[in-house]
Design a binder for this molecule. Structure first.
Ligand SMILES: [Zn+2]
Length: 413
């Protein structure tokens, strides 16, 4: 009997130690690091950063008013991205994004505070972190397999980076998690002095929009009638004794500013759609019009630069890439465009500088590795070129037109 007992305890101890490794609690430092590393990916995915400083500053100020009342002290950041989608989302450990499309649908400051509050709710309840914790357990298993078959762990790490990112940017939360985020969001907005009814108003806006074109937000944040009812009840049960903020002059001014650039972004959207369909001549005209309508639309300039580059119009391409880079030097797309055009202009060193910056921002883009290889090869660094070609091929997985060429060069080197 005693022996049996010992056997069981040994069994329990070994179980405990093996399960504890697969349910790792993601350290906060790591959570922050992961969130930060996907900011440039999110910016590109949502058509770039909105570049009017006044608008970004306003958003940061409003966000900071809310984060004074959050439970977790984190490096919170707030970004307005250019996408016409109606969406808002957060990344682990602090970054919060709202699309231009959503901002233009909002009617007052308390609504915007409610949207930000809700996303801060997800961060504060560690919803992203919990998702990652599940992923890490899975990755331990995957890691064993890939470590055995792969002698290039670096490539594997990059592929995992891409896979995790794709899931983080389309993260669907459960009904319970939404309920929790709503509740925390109401708490933060109220403590910051805003009317929490803004949240209910936003829900009604989404419901109205749904009749024509469902807001993208709804695809990751389900909005059944029960959710509206429950939150209305929560807000009604609160004693809203103090004077609450509904709107501000600042919000309306910022919204007017964003509205004034809408025609430029409408042209940009048309151009992007045509570009994806391969109708680049037509796309080019819309991008030009986009820049005419707003001279700071850097993402349109990036596309113009790439189209001109394909046509072999190097000098004009360079002019547009340079203008775009001057407007926003710290994003992937402007460095990528500069890197490509400088390679064609045979300024290999400058090309490397920009492509390395692009790689630092988004480390799993195969084109960046291919052109880094081409640059190093042109400068006579064969070994380095070889490594970049290898990674480029590994990451592209048969999707890029230069793949045959990269394989030829690998053989030759
Ligand atoms: Zn949510």
């Amino acid at each position: 009997m005693v022996r049996f007992f010992i056997l069981i305890s040994v069994f329990l101890i070994s179980c405990a130690s093996s399960t504890s490794s697969s349910f790792t609690l993601l350290p906060e430092r790591k959570e922050i690091e992961i969130g930060q590393s996907y900011i440039p990916v999110a910016i590109e995915e949502f058509d770039g950063l909105y570049t009017q400083e006044e608008v970004q500053n306003y958003l940061s100020q409003l966000g900071t008013t809310l984060t004074k009342h959050t439970y977790r002290k984190l490096p919170y950041r707030f970004y307005l991205v250019n996408s016409e989608q109606v969406n808002a989302f957060a990344l682990p450990g602090g970054p919060v994004f709202i699309t231009r499309g959503l901002l233009l649908e909002l009617e007052n400051e308390s609504q915007l505070a409610s949207v930000l509050g809700h996303e801060l709710g997800h961060i504060n309840a560690r919803h992203h972190a919990r998702f990652l914790e599940k992923m890490v357990a899975l990755n331990i298993l995957l890691g064993i397999g890939s470590a055995l078959i792969s002698d290039k762990p670096y490539g594997q790490v990059l592929i995992q980076f891409g896979q995790i990112g794709a899931q983080l940017l389309a993260l669907k939360f459960s009904r319970d998690q939404e309920r929790e985020a709503d509740k925390l969001g109401i708490e933060f907005t109220l403590k910051a002095g805003y009317d929490p009814n803004g949240l209910i108003e936003v829900f009604h806006i989404f419901k109205r929009l749904e009749k024509n074109r469902p807001p993208e937000w709804l695809s990751t944040h389900p909005l059944p009638e029960t959710r509206i009812r429950e939150n209305t009840e929560i807000i009604n049960s609160l004693s809203l004794f103090k004077e609450l903020i509904k709107d501000s002059e600042d919000f309306q001014r910022v919204k007017r500013l964003v509205l004034s650039t809408k025609p430029s972004f409408d042209e940009f959207s048309k151009g992007k759609k045509l570009y994806k369909e391969g109708r680049k001549d037509l796309a080019y005209r819309h991008f030009l019009r986009s820049v005419e309508l707003w001279e700071k639309n850097y993402q349109a300039m990036v596309y113009i630069s790439l189209i001109l580059l394909e046509d072999g119009r190097l000098n004009e391409s360079f002019e547009y890439a340079r203008k775009a880079y001057a407007i926003v030097p710290n994003v992937f797309s402007t460095n990528y465009a500069m890197g490509l055009v400088q390679f064609r202009r045979r300024d290999y060193k400058d090309s490397i500088k920009h492509l390395e910056e692009a790689r630092r921002l988004i480390p799993d883009n195969p084109d960046v590795y291919y052109y880094l290889g081409r640059n190093w090869e042109a400068l006579g660094y064969r070994q380095r070129a070889l490594e970049y070609y290898k990674t480029a091929i590994e990451l592209s997985g048969g999707t890029r037109p230069w793949e045959g060429d990269a394989r030829e060069r690998l053989k030759r080197l």
